[in-house]
Design a protein around this ligand. Structure first.
Ligand SMILES: [Zn+2]
Length: 479
């Protein structure tokens, strides 16, 4: 497992990552409230945490990545009522559209998308535990968290609850003891979906859905919680208060990762502001590679100000420069007939390895994707002189030229997909293995090892077992 540092919002510092149970890593990211078409702001968090999961897996961590689906919530119910559609059917439709967009964007790292309504027993059990432990109280069929009972409330965001007391954001509600108290369970309203509970029919509050799911799936404490920086307060404060109150285990999360907002002319992109750019239309127009490149060519914590008619047009141009040598090298690799003699100077071979190491180093420094992309542009300049001569190179040399781009495809998800070894490499590999057997038979182990190393550099793994050698396209191993 490669060590790395990650900025933790709670301690406000970059910290060396230490999993609770290595090599396992529990990763939870606040997912979608599906009530309308997703916009490119949603795409950002999805790609950012996809990159994080890809990097961790490359480095040897076994990531269990959970992204929840808030399929019952005020906004879903309100929109369902506006359209005259059952809210759960509505959220299901938009969640399917989200999965389609994720598939197109190459976001396949999420292990599980739990829906809040599938966790009602866990939600009710957690609320009951909070009531039993004195953190929550029932009132008129609803249950509220008593914020005053949890002194650490506000530590993540630095918000003071006193500052909110007269705030316009908190509707005055006679059933609450204090204005900052938040609903864990909301008493049923006619015409809205509701479930039975010890406090009468109702539905869960937004915050409790997440912690009921994470305690069940990831345990009372887990490694990384991700989400947009706009969710720090009150949502993530509430999560800490709920989970730590209900389980007594602390801290809920060892590393809080928050991605910066995508803004449009300085304003957060949001349906309620009315300044949204659709995710599906953007994928139609620019394609997934350009959009992923655009997101990752900024540090994940920086705000990203989207300029229509400019941002993605510029990203498309820059991405084309980055992808052109990669495509040429991969096309030549697919055509290469055999491993071939080593034509590349040692300096170029060494540089390829150095660049891959720098790429891992850039991401080990709080996932500095912008620095990684700068390294890839640098590699593009280094391989430039070879682009006219690719047809002269064997697959071993071409794999060396491709290595930094293969890193990028594995971790950043661009450019394109890693080319699987072409179906017809079989006879070539068999020929190389026969040459290796002859070398070993005559005692030339140096030559035999050289052939094995060349095959490994071309992505072919060997396994000597019971007098026979098996080969397989090997996952490219970390340096
Ligand atoms: Zn959440």
């Amino acid at each position: 497992m490669r060590p790395f540092e990650v900025y933790d919002t709670l301690s406000r510092s970059a910290r060396r990552f230490q999993p609770i149970t290595p090599p396992k890593v529990g990763l939870f990211v606040c997912g979608l409230t599906p009530y309308d078409d997703a916009h490119i702001g949603h795409g950002r968090f999805a790609v950012v945490f996809d990159m994080v999961a890809r990097a961790l897996r490359r480095w040897g961590y076994r990531v269990f990545y959970v992204q929840n689906v808030t399929n019952v919530e005020d906004k879903v119910i309100q929109r369902g009522a506006e359209l005259g559609v059952d809210p759960l059917k509505l959220s299901d439709r938009y969640f399917r559209a989200w999965r389609d967009a994720m598939e197109r964007l190459g976001v396949r790292s999420v292990n599980y998308y739990p829906h809040a309504t599938d966790y009602l027993p866990e939600i009710i059990e957690q609320i009951r535990s909070l009531v039993d432990r004195g953190y929550a109280y029932a009132s008129e069929g609803s249950v509220y968290y008593s914020v005053a009972r949890f002194p650490a409330y506000g530590q993540l965001s630095g918000q003071k609850t006193e500052a909110l007391r007269p705030g316009a954001r908190l509707e005055l509600d006679a059933s609450k003891r204090a204005p900052e108290d938040f609903a864990l369970w909301k008493a049923a309203t006619p015409g809205e979906p509701s479930w039975e509970s010890p406090w009468g029919p109702g539905r869960p509050g937004w915050h409790i859905e997440d912690t009921a799911i994470t305690v069940r799936l990831l345990g009372a404490r887990y490694d990384i919680h991700g989400g947009g920086v706009d969710l720090k307060f009150p949502h993530h404060e509430a999560e800490i208060a709920q989970a730590e109150g209900a389980t007594g285990a602390s801290p809920l999360v060892n590393y809080w990762m928050h991605n910066g907002m995508l803004t449009l002319r300085g304003e957060k992109m949001a349906k309620s502001v009315g300044n949204v750019v659709g995710l599906a239309e953007t994928l139609d127009h620019f394609g997934p590679d350009v959009l992923r490149f655009y997101y990752l060519n900024a540090h994940y914590r920086s705000p990203l100000d989207f300029q229509p008619g400019k941002s993605l047009e510029e990203a498309r141009e820059a991405f084309a420069t980055l992808a052109k040598p990669a495509e040429a090298i991969r096309a030549a690799f697919a055509r290469a007939r055999d491993p071939g003699p080593a034509e590349l100077p040692d300096a170029v071979r060494r540089e390829s390895g150095t660049v891959v190491e720098r790429l891992d180093a850039a991401l080990s420094d709080d996932f500095h994707t912008r620095e990684a992309i700068a390294q890839l542009f640098g590699w593009g300049r280094s391989v430039g002189p070879w682009l006219e001569r690719l047809h002269e190179l064997g697959s071993t040399d071409l794999a060396i030229l491709a290595a930094p781009y293969d890193w990028a495809t594995e971790v950043l998800g661009v450019p394109g997909e890693v080319a699987a070894p072409a179906a017809d490499v079989g006879p070539v590999v068999e020929a190389a293995l026969a040459a290796r057997s002859r070398a070993r038979a005559r005692g030339d182990y140096a030559e035999a090892d050289r052939i094995r190393d060349d095959l490994a550099a071309a992505g072919i793994g060997l396994e000597d077992r019971a007098g026979a050698t098996r080969w397989s396209p090997a996952p490219r191993s970390p340096p």
